[in-house]
Design a protein around this ligand. Structure first.
Ligand code: SF4
Length: 367
C-alpha cells in the first residue's frame, strides 16, 4: 500500500524558481516582454502545439500585426491565411474575435487580472493565469497539460487527469503550491519565474516518457519518484474509439485555375478555403455533377487519412479537368470560386488540402 503523495511532499515554489532562473528556458521570443498582447499571442499559439512549430508563426504574426489594434482591424481571411498550417483553427477565429473585444470593450488594453482576461474569447482559466502572472505578477495558478503531469507525479495522483474530479483536485494543488503573497511582494519577478518554471519542467525534465528525475529540482519530495511510479503516472486518458467518416474531394482544374470553396465560419476548418466535397457514396462523375462541372476527364488519386480530435476522415481526391469555368455549387455549400493556381498560396487552407495541392502543383498536374 502506498503512503499518499500529499503526506510526503514539500512545497515546490522556491526550488522551482531557483531552478528556472539557472536551468530554465530564457531565449524564447515571448519571454523578452511583459506586453500582454505578445504573451497572449504566444500562449494561444502554444496550446497543444510544440515551441518549434510556433516560432515562425509567432514571428510572422508580430511582423504583420505588431499590436492588438492591427490584428483587430485585419480581415478574417488574412488572419486565417497566416494561421494556416498551425492547426486547431478555432484558435485563430477566437484570436481575431478576442482582439476585437479588447479594442471595443477594453479600449485597446488587455484587462489587468485573471478573472477579466478569462472573460475574453478563447482565453481559458490557465491561459488567463499565465498572462496575468507573466505580465502583472499576479499570484494565479496555471494548469495546462504539462503542469497536470508534473503535479500528478509529484503528488502521486491516481485517476485520469482529464476527468472533472481529478482536474479539480489538480487545480486545488496548483493553487496551494503558488509562491506566497509575501514571497511575491519581496520578489515581484518570482511569479513569472514560477509559472515559466512549471512550463519548462514539464517540457524538458518531467516529460511524458522517460522523465529526467535524477536532475529534477523536485526530486526530493516527489511521490511518484519515491514510489517508483513515474512511468504509470499520470494515468493515460481513457482511449476513445474515434468514429470514421469518408468524403470525396474534387480538384477541378481549368486554364490555370482550381475550384475552391470557403467553409462556413463554424465547424471543422471554419472559414478556410478548401476543395469541393461530395458524399463518398457517390461516384466521381456524380460528385462533379453535384457542382455542375462539365468535365473532360477524371483521375482518382490515392486516398489518405486525416485524424481530428473527435473523428477520422478518409479523403478520396479526384483530379478533374473541366471544359470551362462553369459550375453551380450545391445550395448548402459555402461560396466557391475559380482561383488562379499562382494565387492559392495567399489563402488560408487546411494543412492536408494545402499539402495535396502543393504535391500536385510540384508534379505539374494542376496546369
Ligand atoms: S522527480 Fe521525476 S517525476 Fe517527479 S517531478 Fe521530477 S521529473 Fe517529474
Amino acid at each position: 500500500m502506498f503512503v499518499t503523495g500529499i503526506m510526503l511532499c514539500m512545497k515546490i515554489a522556491s526550488r522551482l524558481v531557483a531552478w528556472q532562473r539557472t536551468h530554465g528556458r530564457h531565449g524564447l521570443p515571448w519571454q523578452q516582454t511583459q506586453d500582454p498582447y505578445r504573451v497572449w499571442l504566444s500562449e494561444i499559439m502554444l496550446q497543444q502545439t510544440q515551441v518549434t512549430a510556433v516560432l515562425p508563426y509567432y514571428a510572422a504574426f508580430l511582423k504583420r500585426f505588431p499590436d492588438v489594434a492591427s490584428l483587430a482591424g485585419a480581415a478574417s481571411q488574412e488572419v486565417m491565411a497566416l494561421w494556416a498550417g498551425l492547426g486547431y483553427y478555432a484558435r485563430a477565429r477566437n484570436l481575431h474575435a478576442c482582439a476585437q473585444q479588447v479594442m471595443q470593450d477594453w479600449g485597446g488594453r488587455f484587462p489587468p487580472d485573471t478573472e477579466s482576461l478569462a472573460s475574453l474569447r478563447g482565453i481559458g482559466p490557465s491561459t488567463a493565469a499565465a498572462i496575468a502572472s507573466f505580465c502583472y505578477a499576479e499570484r494565479a495558478a496555471i494548469l495546462d497539460g504539462n503542469v497536470k503531469r508534473v503535479l500528478a507525479r509529484y503528488f502521486a495522483i491516481d485517476g485520469d487527469p482529464t476527468t472533472r474530479i481529478i482536474e479539480q483536485q489538480l487545480w486545488q494543488l496548483a493553487r496551494s503550491e503558488l509562491p506566497t503573497a509575501a514571497q511575491v511582494r519581496q520578489d515581484p519577478m518570482m511569479m513569472s519565474a514560477y509559472t515559466q518554471g512549471l512550463m519548462d519542467l514539464g517540457a524538458t525534465v518531467c516529460t511524458r516518457a522517460r522523465p529526467q528525475c535524477t536532475t529534477c529540482p523536485l526530486k526530493k519530495g516527489c511521490a511518484a519518484f519515491a514510489q517508483g511510479r513515474t512511468e504509470e503516472l499520470p494515468w493515460p486518458r481513457a482511449r476513445k474509439i474515434l468514429p470514421e467518416r469518408s468524403i470525396g474531394m474534387l480538384i477541378a482544374c481549368h486554364d490555370g485555375h482550381v475550384l475552391l470553396e470557403q467553409r462556413p465560419d463554424t465547424g471543422i476548418w471554419g472559414g478556410l478555403w478548401s476543395l469541393p466535397e461530395f458524399d463518398a457514396a457517390l461516384s466521381a462523375d456524380q460528385g462533379c455533377t453535384s457542382y455542375g462541372l462539365q468535365i473532360s476527364s477524371t483521375q482518382t488519386l490515392s486516398a489518405f487519412l486525416h485524424t481530428f480530435t473527435h473523428y477520422r476522415l478518409t479523403i478520396q481526391p479526384i483530379l478533374v479537368r473541366s471544359r470551362n469555368h462553369a459550375f453551380s455549387a450545391p445550395a448548402q455549400r459555402g461560396p466557391a470560386q475559380w482561383i488562379r493556381i499562382t494565387d492559392i498560396d495567399r489563402l488560408g487552407m487546411p494543412a492536408p488540402v494545402r499539402k495535396l495541392l502543393d504535391g500536385l502543383r510540384a508534379d505539374q498536374l494542376l496546369d
